[in-house]
Design a protein around this ligand. Structure first.
Ligand code: DGL
Length: 267
C-alpha cells in the first residue's frame, strides 16, 4: 500500500497559484509542494534550453521532497520542457497549454484572442494546438511582455498594470474577439481588471480547472492505493527572495503561507 503521497507543482513564479487553487479543490486531502522559480522569472522571454534546465532542476527538487506526481503549472515551461521531463522522470507529469479547444467552442463572434508569453506563442507546441483545434475560428495572438512582472510585484490593478492590459487587449477587441484565452497562469489573477477593461461580456478561459481534473484522474488511475494525507498541507518554496515571496503569496493565497528558500544547489 502506498502511503500518503505528495504532489509537486511549479511555475516561473506565483502564477501557478492560479492552478494550485483548483488542485486544492479537486484533491482536498493531498499534501502539495509548490515551487515559485521567482529567481528566474520571467520565463516568457528566455530561451527554451534555459527553461528546460530550470524545469529539470525543479522536478529533481520536488521528487527529492517526496513528490509522486508533478504539475507544470506554466504554459511556457510546458512548451519548453514537458517532453524532456516526461522522458527523464517516470512519475506522472501533468502539463498545461492555452485553452484553444474550449475557446473555439465558446466564441460566438468567430474570433478568439490569446494572451500569452512570447515563448508560448512562438513554440511548436502552440502551432500544433492551433492546427488541431482552431478550425474556422480566427485566432489572434498577443504576447504580453511586462505583465508577469507586475503580477510578481503583487500589482493586480494599479495604473501601470492597467495600461499594459489596455494595450494588450485593444488589438484583440478591435478585431472582434468575444473570447480571450488567458494563456499564462499568471493572468487569471488579472481577470477582474481584464473584465473592467474589455467589458463584462468578454468570456475569459484558462485551463487551471481542467489541469486539476486531469491530475485527479491520473492520481486515481496510477496511484490508486495511496492514502490521502492527514493534514492536507501545502509547502511553499521559492528561488527568489523569501520576504518578497511571502508578501505576494499572502495576497494571492488564502491560507497563511510560510515560504522557504530553495537549497543553493537548485537556485
Ligand atoms: N506563468 C507562466 C506561463 O504560464 C510563465 C510566465 C513567465 O514567467 O513569463 O506561461
Amino acid at each position: 500500500m502506498t502511503s500518503s503521497v505528495s504532489i509537486g507543482v511549479f511555475d516561473s513564479g506565483v502564477g501557478g497559484l492560479s492552478v494550485l487553487r483548483h488542485i486544492r479543490q479537486a484533491l482536498p486531502d493531498e499534501h502539495l509542494i509548490y515551487v515559485a522559480d521567482s529567481g528566474h522569472v520571467p520565463y516568457g522571454d528566455k530561451p527554451a534550453s534555459y527553461i528546460e534546465e530550470r524545469s529539470v532542476a525543479l522536478a529533481r527538487f520536488l521528487i527529492g521532497q517526496g513528490a509522486h506526481a508533478i504539475v507544470i503549472a506554466c504554459n511556457t515551461a510546458t512548451a519548453a520542457a514537458a517532453a524532456t521531463l516526461r522522458s527523464r522522470f517516470s512519475i506522472p507529469i501533468v502539463a498545461m497549454e492555452p485553452a484553444v479547444k474550449p475557446a473555439v467552442a465558446a466564441t460566438r463572434s468567430g474570433v478568439v484572442g490569446v494572451l500569452a508569453t512570447i515563448g508560448t506563442l512562438e513554440s511548436a507546441r502552440f502551432a500544433a494546438l492551433l492546427e488541431r483545434y482552431a478550425g474556422e475560428v480566427e485566432i489572434v495572438t498577443q504576447g504580453c511582455p511586462g505583465l508577469v512582472e507586475q503580477i510578481e510585484r503583487g500589482d493586480l490593478s494599479g495604473p501601470e498594470t492597467r495600461a499594459l492590459v489596455e494595450r494588450y487587449t485593444a488589438p484583440l477587441l478591435a478585431r472582434g474577439a468575444d473570447t480571450l484565452i488567458l494563456g499564462c497562469t499568471h493572468y487569471p489573477f488579472l481577470a477582474p481588471l481584464i473584465r473592467e477593461v474589455a467589458g463584462a461580456d468578454i468570456a475569459l478561459v484558462d485551463t487551471g480547472a481542467a489541469v486539476a481534473q486531469q491530475l485527479r484522474r491520473r492520481m486515481l488511475a496510477e496511484l490508486p492505493d495511496r492514502t490521502p494525507g492527514t493534514t492536507a498541507s501545502t509547502d511553499f518554496w521559492t528561488s527568489g527572495e523569501v520576504q518578497q515571496a511571502s508578501q505576494i503569496f499572502s495576497i494571492l493565497w488564502d491560507e497563511i503561507a510560510t515560504v522557504q528558500r530553495l537549497p543553493e544547489v537548485f537556485l
